[in-house]
Design a protein around this ligand. Structure first.
Ligand SMILES: Nc1ncnc2c1ncn2[C@@H]1O[C@H](COP(=O)(O)OP(=O)(O)OP(=O)(O)O)[C@@H](O)[C@H]1O
Ligand SMILES: [Mg+2]
Length: 87
């Protein structure tokens, strides 16, 4: 009960960081989800909902900040672990 299953710490996502027109889609977003939580991400078009979900779910990796799934930082997970999680 009350296990932290997903933690996002200061997640920032900048698309095209090495280009002339970088886009900051997420800036310092933090979230803790506990087992059995049900959350809804709401916001206008372009506010970063899809970017946030992609960065929480191992589909994408934040430019800055960390995502932990069951206490393991996504960046440190191998391809096999990421694959198992996605499956
Ligand atoms: N691959 C990408 N390259 C560059 N910019 C991107 C990319 N994907 C999204 N963006 C930009 O990042 C910002 C957030 O986009 P995102 O798609 O996460 O928003 P959203 O809240 O899911 O929008 P919608 O409600 O339309 O689905 C927007 O300014 C968008 O143009
Ligand atoms: Mg979207």
């Amino acid at each position: 009960m009350n296990n932290e299953i997903l933690v996002a710490e200061n997640v920032t996502k900048i698309y095209g960081i090495d280009t002339k027109n970088p886009v900051t889609a997420l800036s310092d977003v933090s979230l803790t989800m506990y087992e059995s939580d049900f959350i809804c991400v709401m916001g206008p078009s372009g506010s970063g909902k899809s970017t946030f979900i992609n960065n929480l779910s191992t589909i994408d990796i934040p430019t800055k900040g960390k995502v932990f799934i069951n206490d393991q930082e996504v960046r440190t997970m191998g391809e096999n672990e990421v694959g198992k999680f996605r499956y």
